[in-house]
Design a protein around this ligand. Structure first.
Ligand SMILES: *Cc1c(COP(=O)(O)O)cnc(C)c1O
Length: 818
């Protein structure tokens, strides 16, 4: 066997050569000379220079996987929150510093140019960002992999804050073109919808096969983006599908004068890949969404099966050569689609097709929230995908037979195992479909996986007890440490050498530097510089002045009631009240930062944004606070903003109601950048506590079991509120209009929810949270102690690398070499 080409070390280039190449690219690819070049032209030229080297490695990686008949991973995800790609690619291939020098010699600042690249926000939040970190880690640990998704013309909306309210604007990330992508017109597949199913019988009257005759058809066209692993070892492909009409214009109609009608088909087809649904942790529910899910599932499977057939000639060996991963249930219809391809297109019988399908697919569950569990009305499914519904019925019959014949299941359990929800409008349960069609179902943190076994999938777990397993999420240390925090990376290299760059778990060597005063001072200086950068950003964009010597307390994530930004805001109000009533106490200066988008239809989430802004306005202007507390809502939280905020945090807020956050990955990014966490025992916080040690994390509040118990035994939030003077006072300030004099009733319903039911246990956890915040102040006041804990967080966060996660997937789920 030839040595793996991808392990060969890349030839680097010197800055002079690169500068000459940049000028060439500016001239011959952009068509400009230096006198008229805009910063954007420099961006395009620079990317072109590095891209050429990426492409060489990309072609090698792809050819090697083919020649060696390596098993491939196909990661299907409706979201890839990739952010900017320039720094990632330049840095991973080892050219960032040389390109910086080269551009400098041409009078261009690389940071300015890099800041012009649009942030590709093809996802909502954690789920989409996980897919992006996984793609980078698969390239890094040398797994041949393709990501498959949709090339949304408009990704996540851009958030502006107007008078404290969220305003949603379209993000036109493709306006200037996208130098990272390659259109592959030749890789296009037809996608059908609707129509009917014909049965073909042989001469002796036996049913031979089913043929689906869709009435609507559109084209899925591939766009490929290279994904560069660390040190350029391997370059994988992110293939995103764009929709196109098969006949872009109906010439008959056009010639007859119906110019609009002539384009109707085309507009309708293109709508499919126009927008990302901006809902997070909520099922989108609309027909267009189901169309999107099928669109990218079938295009990806046609691509995968065609590639497999052309290389191996026989489809039944697919499970040996391909692991197809379903990132949540969004691509779950792929289970039925692969069955259809096997049976209807390749003449495989049901039993063999079902066996091969299960051996091919694996599924990751991302949430236990009932509102996020996807299901589609049977009537809608039948109208759009009649053949798939038949197949789902056939699968269901098989599964229910297995359950019944085991004799271990009650009728009630059988009805919960069924792929069809009966009673009322009949619906197809996508989670159950993904479960039964996969050999592996994983949760994303230890706690989440256990809860999955006890709740949503309790019955299916009893039927198939060896399928559920845990794969705790991770983040890529390249983007979230090396690129976004060069200052910290630099002092860590000086302290422990370079090993951690290739294996971030080597960061444990930093542990002993927690006790080294000189190192702690370097650490504090780096943190201070990162905080100044954030302070400048906030002052430039929002005109709010914050003091970088204050404790930077940050909660950035999607706005959701279960994530409890409200708890944080109410605590800020209580603290504000205390600072005013006890000015003599030794208050620790603190800036509370918030950031995050609310789903446009999520009323309470939007109100929470308004409340944060209302409270900030009053606190920031009150001279009696003497700058001891400031509050800032930073608009348009996205990957690029995260890259500025994570390195600047002292305190990371991870305060979801226990049992509701599947994992969290923001928590890991903060920890890796040396923030201490204040959090509940939820999601991966539990494992972070085990890794960093109890003394290096601030844990408070009810556990998941206690939350369940309280809910079951008649939790009475009113009594809890009455028993807490601080909480009562804070709530009364909000509800009497102290922060909303223009509309004193603005928060009546929002706070009403706390008195009536308080599903998210804000009241139950308030006192513990507030007390823990004062504990935080105490530690912060002893800065050697604080920074010692912060250094230990960095040293012990290596396990939360997505390289570790991906190695576990490779070994325990996909059975691929790495
Ligand atoms: C990491 C990340 C998330 C996920 O944050 P959580 O705190 O885990 O919810 C969401 N959005 C962006 C832009 C991120 O980078």
């Amino acid at each position: 066997m030839t040595p793996k080409l991808s392990r060969t070390i890349l030839a680097t280039s010197d800055p002079e050569t690169l500068a000459a190449e940049i000028l060439r690219a500016l001239k011959y690819r952009v068509g400009k000379d230096t006198t008229v070049a805009t910063p954007y032209d420099w961006l395009t030229a620079s990317i072109n220079v590095v891209r050429d080297r990426v492409i060489d490695q990309w072609i090698r990686s792809t050819k090697e996987a083919y020649d060696e008949k390596e098993k491939r991973v196909y990661y299907l995800s409706l979201e890839f929150l990739i952010g900017r790609l320039m720094r990632d690619a330049f840095s991973n291939i080892g050219l960032w510093d040389d390109m910086r020098v080269a551009l400098k010699s041409l009078g261009v600042e690389i940071d300015v140019v890099a800041g012009l690249e649009p942030d590709a926000a093809l996802g909502n939040g954690g789920l989409g960002r996980l897919a992006a970190c996984f793609m980078e880690s698969m390239a890094t640990v040398d797994i041949p992999a393709h990501g498959y998704g949709i090339r949304y013309q408009n990704g996540m909306f851009r958030q502006e804050i107007s008078d404290g309210w969220q305003v949603e604007l379209p993000e036109n990330w493709l306006d200037h073109g996208n130098p990272w992508e390659f259109e592959r017109r030749e890789r296009s597949f037809e996608v059908g919808y609707g129509g009917h199913v014909e049965s073909v019988t042989s001469k002796d009257g036996r049913l031979e096969k089913h043929v689906w005759k869709p009435v609507e058809r559109v084209l899925a066209v591939a766009y490929d983006t290279p994904v560069v692993g660390w040190r350029g070892t391997r370059v994988n492909t992110l293939r995103l599908w764009s929709s196109m009409a098969i006949d872009p214009i109906l010439l008959d109609a056009f010639n007859a004068g119906d110019h609009i009608g002539a384009l109707r088909e085309s507009n309708k087809a293109e709508a499919l890949s126009r927008v990302l649904y901006p809902a997070d942790s909520t099922a989108a529910g609309q027909e267009l969404r189901l169309r999107q899910e099928y669109f990218f599932s079938t295009a990806s499977l046609q691509d995968i099966t065609q590639r497999h057939l052309s290389q191996f000639g026989d489809l039944l060996s697919l499970p040996d050569q391909a692991a197809i991963h379903l990132n949540d249930t969004h691509p779950a219809v792929a289970v039925a689609e692969l069955m259809r391809l096997f049976m209807d297109e390749h003449g495989v019988d049901f039993d063999q097709a079902w066996d091969a399908t299960k051996r091919t697919f694996a599924y990751t569950n991302h949430t236990l929230l009932p509102e996020a569990l996807e299901s589609w009305p049977v009537a809608l499914f039948d109208r759009l995908l009649p053949r798939h519904l038949q197949i789902i019925y056939a699968i269901n019959a098989q599964v229910l037979l297995e359950a019944r014949s085991s004799g271990h299941f009650s009728d009630e359990q059988i009805s919960r195992i069924s792929l069809i929800q009966e009673g009322g409008e009949r619906r197809v349960r996508m989670g159950n479909l993904a479960f039964v069609g996969s050999h592996s179902i994983n949760g994303v943190s230890a706690l989440h996986t256990e809860l999955m076994k006890e709740t949503v999938f309790a019955d299916l777990h009893q039927l198939y007890p060896d399928r559920i397993n845990n794969k705790t999420n991770g983040i890529t240390p390249r983007r979230w440490l090396i690129q976004s925090n060069p200052g910290l990376t630099g002092i860590v290299r000086d302290a422990i050498g370079d090993k951690f760059l290739d294996d971030v778990e080597e960061l444990t060597a930093l542990d002993k530097f927690a006790g080294d005063a000189a190192f702690r001072e370097q650490f504090a200086a780096v943190k201070r510089a990162n905080k100044e950068r954030l302070a400048n950003y906030v002052s430039g964009r929002l005109g709010v002045k914050v003091d970088p010597s204050a404790l930077f307390d940050i909660q950035i994530k999607r706005i959701h009631e279960y994530k409890r930004q409200l708890l944080n805001i109410i605590e800020a109000v209580a603290l504000y009240d205390q600072i005013r009533s006890h000015p003599e106490r030794d208050w620790m200066p603190r800036v509370k930062f918030f950031g995050g988008k609310a789903a446009p239809s999520y009323h309470n989430a939007k109100l929470i944004i308004k409340l944060a802004n209302d409270v900030a306005k009053v606190i920031n202007r009150d001279p009696s606070v003497r700058g001891l507390l400031k509050m800032v809502f930073v608009p348009n939280y996205n990957v690029s903003l995260a890259e500025i905020m994570m390195p600047a945090a002292d305190l990371s807020e991870q305060i979801s109601t226990a049992g509701m956050e599947a994992s969290g990955t923001g928590n890991m990014k903060f920890g890796l950048n040396g923030a201490l966490t204040i959090g509940t025992l939820d999601g991966a916080n539990v494992e972070m506590k085990e890794h960093v040690g109890d003394e290096n994390i601030f844990i408070f509040g009810l556990t998941a079991n206690q939350v369940a118990e309280r809910r079951a035994n008649g939790y009475n939030p009113r009594a809890v509120i009455d028993a807490s003077p601080d909480l009562s006072q804070a709530l009364s300030m909000i509800s009497t209009g102290v922060f909303s004099p223009d509309d004193p009733n603005r928060y009546r319903d929002l706070l009403g929810g706390l008195y009536e039911g308080d599903w998210f246990m804000v009241a139950a956890d308030f006192d513990a949270y507030a007390a823990t915040q004062r504990e935080v102040d105490k530690v912060w006041s002893d800065s050697p102690d604080w920074y010692a804990r912060a250094v230990r967080n960095v040293a012990r966060m290596g396990w939360f690398s997505s390289d570790r996660t991906i190695r576990q997937y490779a070994k325990e789920i996909w059975n691929v070499a790495q």
